[in-house]
Design a protein around this ligand. Structure first.
Ligand code: NAP
Ligand code: 8YV
Length: 318
């Protein structure tokens, strides 16, 4: 059977299907994966990885016959697409199957922030309600002006899920989309006009620190920043300053610059809700993502094609 080099983990369901077609080699089981690849890398055409680990250059350099990288996750900023094209390696990812989950996580963060859910839960659980009386009033999430940075697959699903909350939605991206929301060509201008700014662009150099001190100041002392994209999209140090000084009101964060590290300053703030990058992390959605990772690998084995190549590699497969 052909070999599959796996970076990161795979679920039991993925393993069961993959084992029917591949001999699996887990980098995580190896003392020295690079030394293992030096001895065994030639001939390996398939790699499975995820959006966090990507595939480091030390691995691709040791895989001269690499033909496909199947990534568990829609974001692929950790993988060098130029190198993939140069080397004739098809990169696939897992779009769409996680849209609803990531959008639900976004709504969860927005509701937790406005409705002060962490404080209220602690108030109930700790006995403070019985001892000290009612919890202070929170703020309503209804009818808010929401700006979405990145109106792609997930951005559109977030807008859809915001409808029952009567949100007034605008968005910013590099190009105007065919959607019934107000397009704003300037991010700072949009931030100035909204109460909530939701980041859901890809990561990587083109979006690095797009949400900078000026954008956060424009969002303002009553503003809520939600980041479910990549930590790199928001200037984390500037965000901490803005939250500490009151220039920015609140933040709901699923992603961070140096995951899994979260700065202590953020952990100490009560106007911040923190999640450990769990936007898509439900059993159901991760099963769908895993299925698509395997489908792509099996398709490539069967006829050299791919089901969900990244746009940069779309012309390389049928
Ligand atoms: P998508 O369909 O490709 O949408 C991306 C959107 O971002 C598009 O509207 C694009 O429009 C916009 N965009 C790209 N570069 C931009 C820039 N420099 N400035 C402004 N807008 C820009 O991607 P998706 O499937 O919605 O996923 C988006 C991202 O969400 C992923 O890449 C990943 O990083 C993140 N994500 C996070 C989680 C989580 O667990 N927290 C889960 C899934 C995905 P234009 O090209 O017109 O600019
Ligand atoms: C996953 C994600 O946490 O799809 C993405 O881009 O960020 C998440 O769904 C991750 O990619 C799984 O490794």
């Amino acid at each position: 059977m052909p070999d599959l080099f796996v970076i990161g983990g795979i679920t039991d369901a993925m393993r069961a299907r993959l084992e029917t077609a591949f001999t699996i080699h887990m980098a995580s089981d190896m003392d020295d994966p690079e030394a293992w690849l030096d001895a065994n890398g030639a001939g390996i055409a398939h790699v499975a990885t995820n959006g966090h680990d990507g595939v480091k250059r030390a691995y691709t350099d040791r895989l001269p016959d690499l033909r496909m990288i199947s990534c568990y996750g829609v974001g692929y900023d950790a993988i060098d697409t130029d190198l993939c094209r140069e080397r004739g390696v098809v990169l696939t990812h897992t779009p769409n199957v996680l849209n609803a989950e990531v959008a639900a996580t976004t709504l969860l963060l927005m509701l937790m922030c406005y409705r002060n859910a962490l404080h209220d839960e602690a108030h109930a659980r700790s006995g403070a309600w019985e001892r000290d009386g009612n919890a202070p009033l929170s703020r309503s999430a209804e009818g808010r002006k929401v700006g979405i940075l990145g109106m792609g697959r997930i951005g559109q699903e977030i807008a859809h899920k915001l409808a029952p909350f009567d949100a007034d939605i605008s968005y910013h991206s590099r190009s105007k989309k065919d959607v019934p929301y107000t397009y704003v060509s300037d991010l700072k201008e949009m931030a100035r006009d909204v109460e909530v700014l939701i980041c859901i662009t890809p990561g990587g150099p083109s979006t690095e620190k797009l949400v900078n001190a000026e954008v956060m100041e424009a969002l303002g002392p009553e503003g809520l920043l939600i980041n479910v994209s990549r930590g790199s999209v928001v200037d984390e140090a500037a965000m901490i300053d803005a939250l500490q000084s009151g220039k920015l009101g609140m933040a709901g964060l699923d992603v961070f610059e140096q995951e899994p590290h979260i700065p202590d300053a953020l952990k100490a703030m009560s106007n911040v809700v923190l999640l450990p990058h769990v936007g898509s992390a439900t059993v159901e959605t991760r099963a769908a993502m895993g299925s698509l990772v395997v489908d792509n690998l099996l398709k490539h084995l069967e006829d050299g094609g791919a089901i969900s190549p990244v746009p940069e590699c779309a012309d390389m497969v049928t």
